[in-house]
Design a protein. Structure first.
Length: 316
């Protein structure tokens, strides 16, 4: 059963909004686009893994995507966690193209177009997550649970080479297509239940309750301010900003596209980039409209949660 389904990470959504709204010819456009591309590749890799996990027996496996938990002041974030009555499995995903060498020095080296590039060792990352999860379970008074881990290369075209001699390490580096078989072998080797149904349910609820998503101020991350952000409604067809507000729709002056709901993405961009709180005045400023009544109608039509009344109302 999928307990915490695959979702686009908020930081990726924020980077997408920032990439689309940096003012023309901004000097940080290249670095923002590069960070977006890296994060997007990781998400695509997780989608590939999720495809195989979603086909598992729902009665036997509890699946959590992107679980971030705290051990005191320190956090650890697991790409995928599979929980069963017999064991837990940590899945570290890597969507890296090229020839990947896990050398005997504990490095991951990618070779592509005759160029070598080093990456953090995903085996060490997975081992850290295992230690962190064991510590977390102990701190929350759960019984010991066998925890395994696997590094999944989610890019099907990548070539995997492993120099490391330890069989236990070699078996934990798998292409995505081999993941179901890896889980099947793990299931067959784990014969004894460690957690009963009641404890599994309790643990699952606690994972969700104590999940701590990263809160990122994306402008601060890149040392930007609101002045670096292009305001206005963005054309869903040609991406030009701003569209012209007319009585019943928005019109793009660049390609002529008409849209009745293009403002919805603009409001989402505002929340991602500027502030989690929006007022009628700030909406008018951001969307380039002058009518208080029109702004109120747009906000009401989006069914946003709000606090306060009349002039003191803020939308969340």
């Amino acid at each position: 059963m999928i307990i915490k389904p695959l979702q686009i990470p908020m930081i990726l959504e924020s980077l997408e909004a920032l990439k689309n709204r940096l003012v023309t010819d901004h000097p940080k456009t290249t670095v923002v686009q590069a960070e977006w591309a890296k994060r997007n590749a990781g998400y695509i890799g997780e989608k590939n893994v999720y495809y195989f996990l979603s086909a598992l027996d729902e009665t036997s496996y509890l699946i959590f995507h992107d679980l971030r938990l705290a051990n005191g002041e320190h956090f650890f974030q697991i790409d995928f966690l599979i929980l069963t009555s017999r064991f837990a499995l940590i899945i570290e995903t890597k969507n890296i193209t090229g020839t990947l060498l896990f050398d005997d020095q504990g490095q991951l080296i990618r070779t592509m177009n005759n160029k070598e590039e080093g990456f953090p060792d995903p085996i060490a990352q997975a081992q850290y997550h295992k230690r962190s999860l064991l510590k977390w379970l102990d701190a929350h008074h759960f019984p010991p649970l066998p925890i395994d881990y696997v590094v999944v290369i989610s890019q099907p075209s990548s070539i995997i080479k492993v120099e490391r001699n330890q069989p236990e390490i070699r078996r934990r580096i798998q292409p995505v297509s081999s993941l179901p078989e890896f889980i099947r072998r793990l299931e067959n080797s784990s014969k004894q239940d460690q957690l009963d149904a009641k404890t599994l349910k309790k643990l699952s609820k606690l994972f969700l309750k104590l999940h701590c998503p990263i809160q990122t101020n994306i402008l601060k991350e890149f040392a930007l301010t609101e002045k670096d952000i292009a305001t206005g409604v963005q054309c869903p067809h040609c991406r030009a900003i701003p569209m012209i507000p007319l009585k019943a729709f928005w019109k793009c002056s660049s390609c002529g596209t008409h849209s009745r709901d293009a403002h919805i993405q603009a409001v989402q961009d505002y929340f991602l980039l500027i502030s989690p709180i929006l007022t009628n005045s700030r909406l008018r400023q951001f969307l380039h409209i002058t009518s208080i009544q029109k702004a109120r109608r747009l906000l009401t039509s989006m069914n946003l949660p709000y606090e306060g009344d009349k002039k003191a109302r803020v939308y969340l």
